[in-house]
Design a protein around this ligand. Structure first.
Ligand code: FAD
Length: 454
């Protein structure tokens, strides 16, 4: 922002994939005149949206057995906007990659569950195929080598399954600057407080103050903190869950291979896939463990952490309910062991062997510098751990987004939701026809209608 210009129509706080997607959505698909983005680090997507922090998966809901039918329908409608963006704007091979993907059922019980799931989900994803062991041998032979139990996979060979969300964030920001809208980018600028001034919002930063008509807070773990400071979202607490990865020493898989979800466990099952930041070397993970920090590989922010944990009776009740389940207790202990320096691989190899039975603990190594934080939300009123994203729409021109997985896949869907709210509030046009043309595929569910738009 140039000196002297302290007013903007829209402020976005956070330059991860959520903030960047919203910036692109507002500048290209609305009649909004000016948008200002604040990002506290010196470039976009250095935290969870970095390709090193997340699993690089475009979640659709087709192979994610932790999603039920309704969730899969919603996520696929939203994430298809990212796939369509990649094809429409020619980013295949640079941001989005077509790699085979599958979910692997191991043993008779999982196979029966997968077959049943296929029957239901093929109506939503008609391209899904079931692959018996012989077929798998031609697609990913290493999955069958040395395996004693029967296996079956459900997957697709030619979908955009892998996305560099870091590069996508930068691209959204670059493209937004080519539009009619005035875009002010403020990197290395931390928003310290938001207050009301007249009918506007006063954005306090470490570089000065700015007035804005409306605000969207896409600050990852810090969104809830900024909400609490303004008296919003008091019904929510946060459980910061870290996720780490292990690398195989060589490239073993060409496909993304997910394992079947144990429905009792709160976090997605481990998978293995080729990593685009490491010459497609195979990466396994993520692990899931409570971590006393808000940003991975950054300092602890102890006061903010305690604010977000909100350790009152209802939150402790949620922890108690989680811990009293034997499967969840064992899962927490296992995940703790996966993080043990020097010997974590001895424990994690048991998870990996479900995917590749022939691997040994010295074939894998802890992926130093990889992994991120999942801001899992606890609903204090419902006394429940929420496993998806959460939005606080105050109805007063300020929105706060909390975006654990699949937040990166849903970035354009979420941006569209926010654009709709902001355009209504500001009484400006949202260019739905242009969105449909560029981001909605004729054959896919179109998010902007939430129904096929044929
Ligand atoms: C281990 C792991 C694996 C995952 N795998 C996947 C996956 O495969 N597919 C998928 O879709 N999703 C995945 N996710 C989730 C995905 O990474 C997140 O949903 C997504 O990156 C969230 O993006 P964001 O922009 O909302 O938040 P972030 O990427 O966290 O960005 C928030 C930004 O806000 C900035 N900020 C914070 N406070 C301030 C402030 N006060 N002032 C200015 N700036 C501020 C931060 O610096 C940061 O740049 C995974 C997450 C983890 C941890």
């Amino acid at each position: 922002m140039t000196e002297g210009s302290y007013y903007t129509q829209v402020t976005i706080i956070g330059g991860g994939i959520s903030g960047a997607a919203l910036l692109f959505m507002l500048s290209r698909y609305t009649q909004i005149d000016s948008v200002t983005l604040f990002e506290k680090y010196n470039k976009p997507a250095t935290l969870n949206s970095s390709a090193k922090a997340n699993s690089q998966t475009l979640h659709i809901g087709d192979i994610e057995t932790n999603y039920d039918f309704e969730k899969a329908k919603k996520v696929s409608a939203s994430s298809s906007m990212v796939a369509n963006f990649i094809t429409h704007f020619n980013y295949e091979g640079t941001i989005g990659f077509r790699k085979p993907k599958m979910v692997l059922a191991v043993g008779e019980e999982e196979i029966a569950k997968l077959k049943a799931r296929y029957e239901t989900f093929k109506t939503l994803f008609p391209y899904l195929e079931l692959w018996e062991e012989e077929v798998l041998e031609s697609i990913e032979p290493i999955l069958t080598k040395g395996r004693k139990e029967p296996i079956l996979a459900m997957g697709a060979k030619d979908k955009i399954s892998t996305v560099d969300f870091g590069k996508l964030s930068q691209t959204f920001i670059d493209l937004s600057q080519k539009e009619h809208c005035t875009v002010n980018l403020n990197f290395s600028t931390e928003v310290t407080q938001i207050t009301k001034k007249w009918d506007k919002f006063l954005i306090h930063t470490d570089k000065g103050e700015y007035l804005s008509d409306v605000v969207v807070v896409d600050a990852g773990v810090h969104s809830l903190l900024l909400a609490h400071e303004m008296g919003y979202g008091e019904e929510y607490a946060m459980l910061p869950i870290g996720g780490s990865f292990y690398f195989a020493k060589t490239q073993l898989l060409n496909a993304k291979v997910y394992t079947m979800q144990n429905p009792k466990l709160p976090f997605a099952a481990v998978h293995g896939d080729p990593d685009l930041t490491a010459d497609w070397r195979t990466r396994f993970g993520p692990t899931a463990f409570a971590m006393m920090t808000l940003e991975r590989y950054h300092h602890m922010e102890i006061l903010n952490l305690f604010d977000l944990l909100s350790l009152d009776g209802s939150v402790l009740g949620v922890y108690y309910d989680l811990m009293k389940d034997e499967d969840i207790r064992a899962y927490i202990m296992r995940n703790f062991a996966h993080e043990l320096p020097g010997i974590g691989n001895e424990f994690f190899i048991k998870e990996v062997r479900k995917l590749i039975p022939s691997l040994n603990s010295d074939d894998i190594e802890y992926a130093e510098g990889y992994g991120g934080m999942r801001p899992q939300i606890i609903d204090k009123k419902a006394k429940k751990l929420l496993l998806g994203e959460a939005k606080i729409d105050t109805g007063k021109g300020i929105i706060f987004n909390m975006t654990p997985s699949p937040g990166a896949s849903s970035c354009l869907g979420n941006a569209f939701e926010d654009a709709k709210i902001l355009c209504d509030f500001l009484e400006v046009d949202l260019l739905k026809r242009k969105i449909k043309k560029e981001l909605c595929d004729e054959k896919e569910y179109c998010y902007i209608n939430r129904q096929p738009h044929r």
